[in-house]
Design a protein around this ligand. Structure first.
Ligand SMILES: C[S@@+](CC[C@H](N)C(=O)[O-])C[C@H]1O[C@@H](n2cnc3c(N)ncnc32)[C@H](O)[C@@H]1O
Length: 424
């Protein structure tokens, strides 16, 4: 009884699960339904007379043309293509605000919701230094840092004041999207006259890996949002570029979020392997080599979710259907001092499920992440990608002998089982 409770606290699988939908702050909904549409209409309407009118279905039709092009751009052959500097085009910037801001921001909010101890580490750093410093690398319009700001404002929504200043620091090689983001942030902050002067922004216009000489900064949290997959494929340039951010992280450390496609996710796993053993908030539950850093499968998550935003919903429909999944990969490096709370040692009784259930010759199974190689466990109930289970050594070890379930003629056979969407 008591003994179990103690063990559960540390090794509670629910604490680490990444398959539950997140709660979105009400301020996020206001931002999506009011601040963004109004801002986009004012800034990007081709006719002066449109700018002051409310955002309507006619605007959905007008702005979705650019959105369809941008979406094609992001999805076509992402394994090999290098993206040009797309934010130089106004229709891509407006589409990003109207759709991708909501989508990518929701991924960050989901992770902030899922890792409250990491967020508290950032807030503790802010209380100690007097400033909550949020560095946003490849910021675009500031999606990741604005999502963090909203998460923090939501935590303090019943307080009369916040016990620190808040400073956002954006780095991007496109100046125009940062300018748009800055104006947008101003619009958002106009709704919080009580924080006048407490929230500030610096923008740095440069390639994120080309640091000024003796580059030094302090941050309560560093966020990389969907930028690494657009960056140099040269591992030397890449790792040297990351070095100042990863050297001595403070507060909540460094969170890198990437799209869920294979090369982007495997790049993150490879960065993680270079870093280990270092304390991580997630997603790993062991410190050995990542079994998915190369090869056919890769580590990514798909969280069922009912995404907020009525215009976001209309734009999703224009893109082919209501979106009820968030798909992404991530690595969250903790500060060295967080060895106790972050995952530093192998959490041996726990394993992460890294696939949805599949029909295999051995029945319904899930792939699990184990040190150096993946394994398989029988899927007794509906177990989904991102969930965490207790690892029963006796029961599973025979299953772990094989990396891929095979038929008698030696062919690998796996058939994914369709996963139910978010319950409405
Ligand atoms: C897909 S957008 C992501 C924007 C934002 N972080 C988000 O998650 O919504 C990628 C951003 O990275 C920027 N970017 C790409 N390569 C970069 C580089 N080498 N240095 C700085 N920024 C870069 C792009 O200009 C763009 O703003």
């Amino acid at each position: 009884m008591n003994f179990r409770t103690k063990i559960d606290n540390k090794y509670d699988p629910k604490r680490f699960s990444l398959s539950r939908p997140a709660q979105f702050p009400s301020l996020w909904v206001t931002l999506l339904d009011e601040v963004i549409p109004q801002f986009v209409k004012e800034r990007y309407s081709p006719q002066e007379s449109w700018k002051k009118k409310p955002f309507s279905q006619t605007d959905v039709v007008f702005f979705s043309k650019g959105l369809l092009d941008l979406s094609d751009f992001f999805t076509l052959d992402r394994e090999s293509a290098t993206l040009p500097n797309y934010f130089t085009t106004a229709k891509f910037r407006s589409s990003y605000f109207l759709y991708f801001f909501a989508l990518q921001g929701a991924k960050f909010l989901t992770l902030f919701d899922r890792y409250p101890l990491a967020v508290e580490a950032a807030l503790a750093h802010a209380k100690k230094t007097g400033v909550l410093s949020i560095v946003d690398v490849g910021s675009g319009p500031g999606t990741a840092s604005i999502a963090f700001l909203i998460h923090v404002l939501d935590r303090y929504k019943s307080a009369t004041e916040i016990p620190f200043q808040i400073h956002l620091h954006w780095i991007d090689h496109n100046q125009t999207i940062m300018k748009d983001g800055e104006l947008f942030l101003q619009r958002l902050l106009e709704r919080f006259p009580q924080f006048d002067g407490d929230i500030s922004l610096t923008t740095e216009f440069r390639s994120w890996w080309k640091h000024p000489r003796d580059y030094d900064f302090t941050a309560s949290i560093v966020l990389f949002g969907n930028v690494l997959n657009e960056s140099s494929k040269d591992p030397k340039v890449f790792l040297q570029g990351l070095a100042p951010f990863l050297k001595d992280p403070q507060g909540a450390g460094v969170l890198m979020v990437e799209p869920a496609f294979r090369s982007a996710s495997q790049r993150l796993s490879q960065i993680r392997d270079e870093l280990m053993p270092r304390p991580l908030w997630g997603p790993c539950l062991h410190v050995s080599k990542c079994p998915l850093a190369e090869g056919r499968d890769w580590c990514h998550f798909s969280v069922p979710v009912k995404l907020p935003g009525s215009f976001f919903k209309r734009f999703s429909i224009k893109l082919g259907g209501v979106r009820d999944w968030l798909k992404f990969s991530f690595i969250w490096l903790a500060a060295n001092e967080d060895k106790k709370e972050a995952v530093f040692r192998d959490l041996l009784p726990l394993v992460r499920i890294v696939s949805d259930p599949m029909t295999t010759p051995r029945g319904q199974q899930n792939q699990i992440c184990r040190p150096d190689r993946v394994g398989w466990v029988p899927s007794h109930k509906n177990l989904f990608r991102g969930e965490v289970i207790r690892y029963d050594q006796k029961r599973y070890d025979s299953v772990l002998q094989s990396d891929h379930p095979k038929t008698r003629d030696g062919k690998s056979v796996r058939k994914p089982i369709r996963r139910p969407g978010v319950r409405k």
